[in-house]
Design a protein around this ligand. Structure first.
Ligand code: ATR
Length: 341
């Protein structure tokens, strides 16, 4: 089985594996944390297969996912590209958002310590703080680049205008967003803006948080402590409709000689050389399945057929719960810089 290749992200020199590895589920949100040594072995296996672009965040755990990565990367740090994030705060079980410059610096230093590395390859603002001008947050990130603590800057869940304003302060290398067969709302403005500015695109939840692997059966393996229990698209009122979409995906994938999850990942890969999916997994078997997807070829007609089924409004139910959408790109406009002076 061939290893995965590489892609360039942005215009500043970052080169990553063409498929990344989302590490969140190893520690957070998708059921209880997974056994540490198994996850370390999985990360090592991924890196040996060429999956070197590793995605984490300080709030996965919180903190424990970065600590896990820090342990896994002993001796192999130079082989990987570490992407982590700041900006979602947690205190007493309450999550908030901060883009305050002093907070950005403290968060970066804490992440460096947990990861036990000298620099972070790609440092994203996880969610935009609508009370701080994006220019102020970017000003601090620019200083961190100059000091060598981070190499490249990214934004996650930022609107087109926020991306544009941020990019004017310091080049944005990548924007991370949810982009998959059933979440295509960024195609109207955000994706074209990234392309105009030469910004790379990193897509999280490309497998629909696992739905494109097993459809409604996913619910059988989801425990009470799993975030997906509350996912609008998996609720009974939406499930039948979404399951019908999954059936159609399965029909096409059997014709193409691959699995539905491989077809879902291949669709993201076919969006362009500037797009890198980061499927999350906690299992070597699933990692191997996902790697195979990079060699699934889709013709223009295949893409047309898939997109006719998974059009922009195809899925029933929102991609996230309402309170999370409040923190997404749809609500990421910050005050003008002039308000600081
Ligand atoms: P996220 O970005 O939020 O991690 P995702 O990549 O769309 O979301 O999907 C992640 C989910 O898909 C995980 O629950 C993962 O389960 P495992 O940890 O058990 O692998 C599941 N998943 C990933 N690859 C899979 C595959 N090839 N077959 C089945 N399930 C898979």
């Amino acid at each position: 089985m061939a290893n995965v290749g590489t892609k360039k992200l942005g215009q500043q020199g970052l080169c990553v594996s063409e498929q990344g590895l989302g590490c969140m589920g190893m520690s957070f949100l998708y059921g209880p944390p997974k056994p540490e040594q198994e996850m370390i072995d999985l990360i090592h296996y991924a890196v040996n297969r060429g999956v070197t672009f590793l995605d984490t965040s300080d709030m996965y755990g919180p903190e424990t996912n970065e600590i896990l990565l820090g342990k896994a990367l002993k001796g192999i740090r130079e082989k990987v590209q570490i992407a982590t994030k700041f900006g979602i705060t947690w205190a007493n079980g309450e999550f908030g958002v901060s883009g305050d410059p002093a907070y950005v610096r403290a968060a970066c230093e804490a992440s460096l310590k947990r990861l036990d590395v000298d620099y972070i390859d790609l440092y994203y603002q996880h969610r935009v703080d609508t009370s701080v001008p994006i220019e102020a947050t970017m000003g601090e990130l620019k200083k961190l680049v100059e000091e060598g603590k981070i190499k490249y800057v990214g934004l996650s869940e930022a609107s087109a205008s926020t991306i544009r304003r941020a990019h004017a302060v310091h080049p944005i290398t990548a924007v991370e967003l949810e982009w998959s067969l059933w979440t295509r709302d960024s195609e109207a403005q955000i994706i074209p803006t990234c392309r105009e500015l030469g910004i790379g695109i990193v897509t999280y939840s490309p497998l629909g948080r696992g739905f494109f692997a097993s459809g409604a059966k996913l619910l059988e393996s989801v425990t009470d402590y799993d975030y997906r229990k509350g996912s609008p698209r998996l609720q009974s009122e939406n499930l039948e409709h979404n399951q019908a979409l999954f059936q159609k995906l399965s029909e096409i994938s059997s014709r193409k000689g691959c699995s539905p999850s491989q077809l879902a990942l291949a669709w993201v890969q076919h969006q362009g050389n500037d797009v890198v999916p980061i499927p999350g997994t906690t299992k070597i078997k699933n990692l191997n399945d996902n790697i195979v997807s990079v060699s699934v070829h889709l013709s223009a007609d295949d893409m047309k057929e898939i997109e006719a089924i998974f059009h922009v409004d195809a899925a029933a139910g929102g991609r996230s719960r309402e309170e999370e959408l409040q923190m997404s790109w749809m609500n990421s406009e910050t005050p003008p810089y002039s308000t600081l002076h």
